[in-house]
Design a protein around this ligand. Sequence first.
Ligand code: UD1
Length: 385
Amino acid sequence: MRRDLHMKTYLIDIIAGARPNFMKIGPILRAWPKGGRIRYRLVHTGQHYDRAMSGNFFHQLGIPRSDVNLEAGSGSQAGQTAEIMKRYEALLKKQPADMCLVVGDVNSTLACAIVAKKAGLKVAHVEAGLRSGDWKMPEEVNRVVTDSLSDLCFTTSVQANRTLIREGKKRSQIHFVGNTMVDSLVSHRKRFKPPPFWQKAGLKKGGYLVLTLHRPSNVDQKEKLEEWLKRIVRHSQGYPVIFPVHPRTAKTLSMIRVSSVTPHPRSKIHRQPSAFRPILTTSPLGYLEFNYLVEQAKAVITDSGGITEEATVMRVPCLTLRDTTERPETVIMGTNELIGTDPKKLGPALRRLFEGRWKKGKIPPRWDGKAARRIVKILGLGTKN
Ligand code: UD1
């Protein structure tokens, strides 16, 4: 009896919900030693559910099928968060766990952290301590609340450690481990491959730009999105601009005449050449194809946070169409620059790029492909490698 008690398995739920989560959990699962007393259960919340936004990433990153899929799906901010909470709470009631490990800043991160804490589980947060200071972003609310509930905080920078200390975390709760998204990049880089339209679109290394936009502030209004696209066309010096379109953006883009290199299944994007001719849209790409495109590009124009990190590691110039960033090291050390949300600022920045006056950048400390190994060691698992 005593022996059984001693040998009790300790179960850690690893939560993944939306596209940017998958490259963060992949390396942790890979570093997890087989057997042993500490086990994981992979819980997919179903926030992202399309093959293009979810399934393909599991496949390409070699992530095992999730143990549980909560199938929460889309909804308003509150609706989606509440649905994930209800379903995760039901799971914990039926099949309890001891710890909940969440990554990043999406609604799934917040929802599961709240439920786990109230159910008496320990909470661990990977990518803790990031702050943009912009409370209009749902992600900022998710970051602050998740960190406030977390018993263990794994960080990607010294700056994040300082933020957490300032907010009252104990030093013993904070671990500067590096960046698991970079772990994925380092381990899959040799497998990057050109997307199917590479030849058809006549793309060459350094001969095109990559564009991604999905923040509500940039894409929810037709006029704003159109203004960005017009500016990009005007200042891209005829370079093709490859634009993999996020489902949120596709809804607005269907009202604008933009050419497509591949048909987008969910939108009526016009395929006729138009005033936006250098911009070529495509449906969301797989991890290996997207990062090939970035690695070979002249530059990336984006409003994503994760892409600024990947561009920094691949030393590709990155123009961020936001006023703030929660990842300042990509600007201070990396190749990223905050252009802002005023489309007029884009022209001068692109001019500097084409004149060859963009900074070269350095890779931030501990973005070395070993973050996941540090995490599993701290979780008491020892290391596999
Ligand atoms: C979410 C994250 C954001 C992250 C982004 C990456 C939050 C608050 N935001 O934003 O931080 O950068 O994911 O993609 O969690 N949809 C599909 N198929 C899918 C998933 C979504 O068509 O597989 C549609 C939904 O119907 C919805 C829209 O895309 O209309 C947005 O999805 P949602 O998960 O609400 O937020 P994102 O904008 O993707």
